[in-house]
Design a protein around this ligand. Structure first.
Ligand code: ADP
Ligand code: MG
Length: 273
């Protein structure tokens, strides 16, 4: 465990104020936007956004993680010590709010909004269906950048907006009866391709095995073939403020994350050759 000599948790992965540099050959059509959504809280959206951003970055793919959740916790999943005050929801100059951690993984925070400002922001999204996509286009990101968007739980207007604006929607599910029942409430992703992944799977629990079978039957090839298992290594890496792939590279969850990363790369490269 990467605790300091004093026993306090190390938290040095984030560096502030790293603006995203425009790429000279950038074309907004070349980015691929992948929004992660779910109907339940705590099922692993932020964990998977942060883990996939890190895994994609390690494979040399340009990646930007965008926090579109007012909880504003994604930067901390990637190493920030405190909640950033500013981000995509709080300033027009949002590209300057992007942070890069010590490995170079870039994240745009949501920022901190008071309740009335948040309401105003959500209303703006309802009237401007292209709001997020336009912001990402303005950023002139490098070709092939994968933009991973973290969202609050559905039916938040922010999550609907992020799903509607995406090229791919990856719904994170837990293999519990309640998640199966909520499938009907998921957004029809419009032009986006719909995919599903089971996170925090516990193979020793019969009910989870049964629900997984039902999900496979119902979702077919839309369901990522391999699950991400529940693994204590995930929370431990977060507590140590280390990337899972560094902290526990041979853990079950790290293996699952690498599989999910390969699946994502294959899926987006097939869809956007
Ligand atoms: N595969 C997993 N195994 C073990 N713990 C997990 C796993 N995925 C997520 N968690 C833990 O579950 C909690 C909620 O995850 P989080 O990503 O914040 O959920 P969400 O963003 O969907 O609300 C966190 O403490 C996280 O460390
Ligand atoms: Mg979250």
């Amino acid at each position: 465990m990467a605790t300091g000599a004093s026993g306090t948790l190390c938290a040095h992965r984030a560096q502030t104020g790293t603006a995203i540099r425009p790429s000279p050959s950038s074309g907004s059509t070349a980015i691929v936007v992948v929004s992660l959504v779910s109907t339940s809280g705590g099922c692993g959206r932020s964990t998977l956004v942060a883990g996939l951003a890190d895994a994609l970055h390690r494979r040399g793919r340009p990646v930007l993680a965008v926090d579109f959740d007012p909880a504003n916790l994604l930067a901390q999943q990637l190493g920030a010590e405190t909640q950033p005050a500013h981000g995509i929801a709080t300033t027009d100059d949002w590209t300057r709010t992007a942070l890069a951690n010590s490995e170079g993984v870039r994240v745009v925070p949501f920022g901190i909004l008071d309740p009335s400002a948040l309401l105003h922001f959500e209303q703006q999204l309802v009237t401007h269906a292209n709001w997020l996509r336009s912001r990402l286009d303005e950023a002139a990101l490098a070709d092939d950048t994968v933009v991973l968007v973290d969202t609050p739980r559905l039916p938040s207007p922010l999550a609907w907006h992020a799903a509607a604006t995406a090229d791919h929607v990856l719904t994170v599910l837990v293999a519990e009866p309640v998640a199966y029942a909520a499938l009907d409430r998921l957004p029809t992703p419009g032009a986006a391709r719909a995919h599903y992944v089971v996170n925090a799977f516990e193979p020793q629990r019969t009910v989870q095995q049964d629900v997984l079978l039902l999900l496979r039957e119902r979702l077919g090839v839309g369901l990522v073939r391999s699950v991400v298992h529940r693994d204590a290594a995930v929370a431990e890496a977060l507590a140590r403020n280390r990337a899972l792939l560094d902290d526990a590279p041979y853990s079950q969850a790290a293996e699952d994350l690498q599989y999910l990363c390969s699946w994502l790369l294959r899926t987006i490269d097939e869809a956007h050759p």
